[in-house]
Design a protein around this ligand. Structure first.
Ligand code: FES
Length: 107
């Protein structure tokens, strides 16, 4: 089911934003005119991915550096402290749709 997330104009200004839909924290991000949605909670220890940085098409958690592909949720780089890598699971992504200037996320 599609749920309203944010106005496209607002996302254009900020590029990434945390929204909560049906109690689920989700980061929506604008990348090369496409909108992506990924769980906002890092699969390592729950850091907010919307507070992280976007590099190419990946989002990097600011806490321990886990990196996820925004399109698939695949782990690009595991969480780590120094050189010690820690188990990091794939993140959940969501389909998005833009209708009349509004971004919708499918849950
Ligand atoms: S909580 Fe995100 S890398 Fe540790």
């Amino acid at each position: 089911m599609l749920h309203y997330a944010i106005d496209y104009n607002e996302l254009e200004k900020e590029f990434k934003k945390k929204v909560v839909i049906e109690g689920v924290p989700i980061m929506v991000a604008l990348l090369a005119d496409k909108v992506y949605a990924i769980q906002d909670k890092c699969t390592h220890l729950g850091g907010s991915l919307s507070k992280g940085t976007i590099e190419n098409s990946d989002v990097k958690c600011r806490l321990h550096g886990a990196k996820f592909d925004l399109k698939t949720g695949n782990v690009i780089d595991k969480a780590h402290v120094g050189f010690i890598k820690m188990p990091t699971k794939k993140a959940t992504t969501f389909r998005t749709e833009i209708v009349d200037g509004k971004v919708f996320v499918e849950l």
